[in-house]
Design a protein around this ligand. Structure first.
Ligand code: ZN
Length: 216
């Protein structure tokens, strides 16, 4: 089952090139991926969400989420290991950049609430490629912080048995807490996948994108 019929969600990979904000030539690669005006964000691991009321509005804003009910407005977040999350309903979409700091800050419920203000009916979500527990050793103090924000479901182990963060489980818990029960997950680990950029794997500053928009 896919998204409601007008919502579109696209995840890029390495074959689409570096979509990091400010990368040389990034505008051309954005348009090749999705040929619409983009609202991309200067992400700071916070909970700010921009409401896009015309295509391209708030491009370059300092925020970690964007929502719209306007046809043809591409909303994008760019990620290297953090989770890209799309939330969509009958007549609106939203995107979130969710790393562990964003989870603690509450970016997921902030985007869900902003989408809900734009559309009636139930919401769905999808989690894109991100670092997964086997590859995400995590300090016990930070793990406690994330667990106190979204629950013990985030407590996991690496393949070597060390404490790890299950970021996707945390996103799923935050979505459920905000009333989004249906959540798909592409189940790709950026560290393991040769088709994805990963800062944790090799220090790369290149990024893949999640792009979501409403089709006519
Ligand atoms: Zn992995």
């Amino acid at each position: 089952m896919g998204p409601p019929e007008r919502a579109r969600v696209r995840f890029s990979d390495c074959s689409d090139g570096d979509l990091a904000a400010g990368a040389p030539g990034v505008d051309r690669r954005r348009q090749r991926l999705v040929d619409l005006p983009w609202t991309w964000l200067r992400q700071v691991h916070g909970r700010e969400v921009v409401v896009v009321d015309h295509p391209g509005a708030h491009a370059g804003a300092t925020a970690d989420g964007a929502v719209t009910s306007v046809t043809g407005a591409a909303l994008a977040v760019q990620v290297g290991d953090c989770a890209p999350v799309a939330v969509f309903g009958a007549s609106a979409v939203g995107v979130a950049h969710a790393g562990w700091r964003g989870l603690v800050a509450g970016i997921v419920p902030a985007v869900v609430e902003a989408v809900r203000r734009l559309t009636p009916g139930p919401l769905q979500a999808v989690i894109g490629p991100c670092v997964r527990p086997p590859c995400y050793a995590f300090g016990p103090d930070e793990l406690d912080q994330v667990a106190s924000a979204v629950g013990d479901t985030v407590r996991a182990r690496t393949s070597a048995g060390a404490p790890a963060l299950d970021l996707a489980a945390g996103v799923r818990a935050a979505l459920a807490g905000a009333g989004v029960d249906r959540c798909d997950d592409v189940a790709i680990c950026t560290v393991c996948s040769p088709r994805h950029w990963s800062h944790r794997r090799d220090g790369s500053v290149a990024r893949q994108s999640l792009v979501a928009w409403m089709a006519p």
